[in-house]
Design a protein around this ligand. Sequence first.
Ligand code: BDR
Ligand code: CA
Length: 324
Amino acid sequence: MRIPVIIDCDPGIDDVMALLFAFVRTELDILLITTEAGNQTQAKTTYNARSFLSYMNQEIEVARGLEQPLFQELEVAEDVHGESGLGDVIFPEPDFEESSRSAIQALYERITKSPEPVVLIATGPLTNIGALFLAHPEVKAKIRYISFMGGAAVGGNMTPTAEFNVYVDPHAADIVFRSGVPIVMSGLDVTHKAFLDESDLKEIEEIGTELSDRLVELMKFYRRAAKQTAFHEEGFATNIRLHDLCAVAYVVEPNLFQGDDCYVAIETEGKLTKGTTVVDYTQSLPYPKNVHVLHTVKRKEFVDRFIEAIQKAEQLIKGGKRDV
Ligand code: BDR
Ligand code: CA
């Protein structure tokens, strides 16, 4: 049986890589895609989702999320993802409209109607999911777990300690992390190990299709913004980190990853630490473990699966609608 999933995303260059991977993995039954304001404004991320889905021949409902984080102003990542949110790459105009339902309404209805509990894959700020839990707390019982790209046990990418998706809406993240729904966190600890190096990029270039050309262009754009981090990784300036792909890959191939169960809390106030995921590896706080925190990935296998996905995605573009 296929795994019913909903993808909440803010495309976003690495979000698009994650979507592509999800489209080709037939283990997944994608019920809905909802969009977050994050890497770019809500209007842009929703447009990007629709245009990428159209390009990939996917017939999946796309529902627009909230325009702003719950209790603060939106900060977009234009320096990393560009003015459009997808670097300099232009995908064709979308060939379908966005849903007439809001993301919150669509999430609520899809989750409640699903006969099986749903896996939520979240690759942007958690605004929609936080708002959903406030408005309809009963849906929590129908969510198997949330596979979330965000946070970091050690070292952020927006501030010294905060990762972008949590930093943009820490209050929503706080609601979600305290919700009692199981969470698998692909934070920077693991996503910085989930990278493409120069030779992987060359391998993708050699596929030589219009899709692979576009992906390579996107990734080269993305790489320009690579920052030094607490990880001191070799090749940090040339490696391309596929953050969001981890959250999808975990759902289909959890064995590629390793992690630990920990108590994790969100810092919503700290003068220097707002948006930090406080990961209690030391077990010094008297609270139950609420998150499975990933820290390791089998990089070679992970990259191989991604490259296979790019090759297979060609069939989707050439007309084969996804088997829905
Ligand atoms: C996360 O922030 C966004 O810019 C990426 O799409 C990813 O979801 C990485 O910190
Ligand atoms: Ca993202």
